[in-house]
Design a protein. Structure first.
Length: 324
């Protein structure tokens, strides 16, 4: 600290030489710090290296290049000296497998036929709340992580591919969202009310959106019926998948069937209120939807729920301000 330091203090010794003027008791401070350092060094000294009984086995992916260890290790071989065969192996890509489009059918197998259908699907699902449309779109693209995709876990858990609700069947998308006994009862509940218009909730109807058959009573309001049906299916798929994940990953108890029916009804009417607010008051589809709802509310399945929630379709303001 004093070397080449113009602020360092100096003095003359008894022989007339210029020496540094040491700070008072600096020797004691130096000795104390030295002793402290040595104690710390002795306390935290590394343990002696353990002796290996046998040399470690080489990693199965360790390659030898010209009698030397492959690159990225301590004895690296320059890249320009690597054998061409090794470079080819490292740069190899798996062959691209041609697979069918998830929405392809025998009558809709070419890109030219699929392109307008995918546009139709996206246009229809835009009527739904985004989170519900996302679940439905993932279903159509076969992207939902149902249990049948976890077959590699069967070595540890043979039931890894089985239904979340314990029915013993292999859980595919169809089983998880339509065929399971718990879920099937929910779809049957809604189908009883919509049979008045000839509308069903079959799996082909949910996964093939280019056909929406109705009976003669539903023909005058087919666009309104399709919109209300889309909102109902979207809300139901979303909350069924949400409850499936809660049972699967959070170990929650599945709700009773009557609670599912009520929750599905309330989620549907909430989506209807959102859709009604987005339409112009003089929209003919909006008027047709209100007429269809006037018929559906008196169906046996929906009558108790509509009586329990009489204001389920009341378009109230989003916020109210009281006095003061």
């Amino acid at each position: 600290m004093s070397n080449a330091n113009p602020a360092a203090r100096v003095r003359l010794d008894m022989h007339g030489h210029v020496i540094l003027a040491c700070t008072h008791r600096s020797g004691l401070v130096y000795n104390h710090l030295t002793a402290t350092y040595r104690r710390v060094l002795e306390a935290y000294q590394d343990a002696p290296a353990a002796t290996r009984g046998a040399p470690p086995a080489p990693h199965p992916y360790l390659a030898m290049v010209k009698d030397r260890v492959a690159p990225f290790l301590e004895r690296a071989t320059p890249f320009e000296q690597w054998p061409r065969a090794l470079v080819t192996d490292l740069a190899r890509h798996a062959p691209v497998t041609d697979v069918a489009h998830p929405m392809a059918t025998p009558s809709r197998a070419t890109p030219e036929a699929l392109r307008p259908y995918v546009k139709l699907v996206r246009r229809l699902l835009r009527r739904l709340p985004p989170v519900q449309a996302d679940v439905w779109l993932r279903l159509l693209y076969h992207m939902l992580p149902v249990n049948c995709r976890f077959s590699y876990l069967q070595a540890q858990d043979p039931s890894a591919v089985c239904c979340t609700y314990g029915c013993g069947a292999v859980e595919t998308q169809y089983h998880a969202l339509r065929a399971c006994a718990r879920v099937q009862a929910l779809w049957a509940f809604h189908a009883g009310a919509w049979a008045n218009f000839g509308v069903d909730f079959g799996w082909s109807r949910i996964t093939q959106l280019d056909h929406f058959p109705v009976n003669t009573r539903g023909l005058p309001h087919i666009e309104a019926l399709q919109t209300l049906w889309l909102l109902l299916v979207g809300a139901t798929l979303h909350f069924v998948w949400r409850d499936h994940n809660a049972v699967q990953y959070e170990a929650l108890e599945p709700p009773p069937v009557h609670a599912w029916q009520e929750t599905s009804f309330l989620a549907w009417t909430a989506s209807i209120r959102r859709w009604l607010r987005l339409q112009d008051p003089d929209c003919p589809v909006r008027a047709g939807a209100l007429r269809v709802l006037g018929v559906l509310r008196w169906q046996r399945a929906y009558r108790p729920l509509w009586a329990k929630y009489p204001s389920c379709l009341l378009l109230r303001p989003t916020s109210t301000f009281g006095p003061g």
